[in-house]
Design a protein around this ligand. Structure first.
Ligand SMILES: [Zn+2]
Length: 245
């Protein structure tokens, strides 16, 4: 680590639980962020600021005016631009030493698997069920930890699936993919800070996982924005899960 890096990250290096070694590990890490919307915004902003050395951004959407209510990585000037390009510009403005690559197209199953295998952690920041199942499958197959977040209306949830551990459940242990269309924020709405709370939790958990101290593997945290209340639920592996058993 050079002098400038030491200065930039001094508040983290000062922590006994991170130190120079932990900061170096963050700098040497590669994280795949899938979805650069409401959840992906705080995830990417905090991981960039915290010095996660390499970020891979996956999203094929362009920024729309109705996104700006909660997708705080983008600005009015981003409207009509690819979300990954808009996000990359913002992240490099915060931390120019990062390596950032963009995947501005829908990933094929092979490509998704390839990208997951190259990542130290995958962060699921998308807003649809079919995509979540595909990401989960790729993470199980490549044994890559997956930090998963979701938010809708006044509620959010966050958990980690780590298929490197035999006891860890996967996304499909909790949800079946048969005939689920699922609710979306477009139809149901979502309050802006809810995605910020959940995305920020995801960013912290990514750092935890990179440092080998996951807090949410096998634990689902559910956030109620109306009462600012958290519920913690233990998740169990489904012994007949078609994906991870
Ligand atoms: Zn499973």
């Amino acid at each position: 680590m050079n002098k400038q890096q030491h200065n930039r990250y001094q508040r983290q290096i000062r922590l006994a639980s991170i130190g120079e070694k932990g900061q170096q590990r963050l700098l040497d890490s590669r994280v795949l962020i899938i979805g650069l919307g409401g959840l992906g915004s705080p995830v990417a902003l905090y991981l960039a600021a915290a010095g996660v050395g390499e970020l891979v951004l996956s999203d094929y959407d362009v920024v729309e005016e109705s996104n700006l209510q909660r997708q705080i990585i983008h600005t009015q000037a981003s409207i009509g631009r690819l979300k990954v390009e808009s996000a990359k510009e913002r992240l490099l403005a915060i931390n120019p030493e990062l390596k950032i690559s963009c995947l501005p197209h829908q990933l094929s199953a092979d490509e998704l698997q390839d990208q997951c295998s190259k990542a130290d952690v995958v962060v699921d920041c998308i807003d649809n069920f079919p995509g979540r199942f595909l990401i989960n499958k790729a993470c199980v197959e490549t044994q890559t930890p997956l930090v998963s977040g979701a938010a809708i209306k006044l509620e959010g949830q966050v958990t980690t699936f780590d298929s490197r551990l035999k006891t860890s459940p996967c996304y499909q242990c909790l949800y079946t993919d048969e005939g689920v269309e699922g609710a979306t924020c477009e139809r149901e709405g979502v309050v802006a800070p809810v995605v910020g709370v959940i995305g920020t939790m995801q960013a912290q958990e990514v750092i935890n996982v990179l440092l080998g101290k996951s807090a949410l593997t096998g634990t689902l945290m559910i956030f109620d924005a109306q009462y600012l209340d958290w519920q913690r639920i233990t998740l169990l592996k489904n012994p007949v899960c078609p994906i991870c058993h």
